[in-house]
Ligand binder design. Sequence first.
Ligand SMILES: [Zn+2]
Ligand SMILES: [Zn+2]
Length: 283
Amino acid sequence: MSNDSNLIIYPLGSEGWIPSNGQETICFAFFKGDEIFILDAGTGIARLMGLRETLFKERWPRIKRAHIFLTHYHLDHCIGLFWASAIFRGIPISVYAPGEVSYGRPALQILDELFRKPYSPRPFDELIEGVQVHDVTPHGLIFGAGGVDFTVSVKLNPEHSDPSVSFRFSNWLAFVTDTPPEKETIEFVKGVKVLLHEAYYDSFDAYRDIDDPLDAHRSGPHTGTFGAGLIAKRAGVGRLVLMHHNPEIPMLEMESAAKNVRDRIGIDCRLARDLEEIVIETT
Ligand SMILES: [Zn+2]
Ligand SMILES: [Zn+2]
């Protein structure tokens, strides 16, 4: 199913907060050329220990660099950095994370605070030898991988319980989690082929009709199913994949909540499940 014109997104962890129901916490991966891109480093990143010996066996030895994008520092999104040196042994690692602009200090300093004695046997830059840490800013980034240049755009999300950021990879993919539904997100994800958006809970109770103001779907630091659905509809995205749901809600309930969004809002919407590949045509 893989060919050069497709990008495959591997959901390694699609659950929020707690690994449960056979799902790990937030981590998605894709390859571009001989580089691997990781979106959040929740417990799902540990799946790579097995995948590098199986599904990724052929391409793993060719990986030149692992690029890890962090939306924020809540542990369900970054605990996997503790294991990264073993998972990517021999592979240089770059980390891109919110810093000065969101937190008033560099990302490296925040990671040093998180991974230091006695919580970690070594400081962060020794825990992952040679790691390069980059603050992300709204200016975004430009990458060249596999002979193709692509842009990574960044949006700041100041309204989560601690600030997070969203990422957009050219027109293929946007990754939005741990934020209430924001009008600005509509512009940020406009026209993207696949939107991975958090749906922490079923918000059908708040839904009146397709013209609901987004503000009517704000409740706390997260987004519900219909907040994500209305953003996807208004942004004209190709496909909405819901993730980072609260594991206290059974998967089957969230499956039917996703179907409800599909039926009411009239968009392609489904729930991410670990290891169910998301194929995006990039040409
Ligand atoms: Zn989270
Ligand atoms: Zn969070």
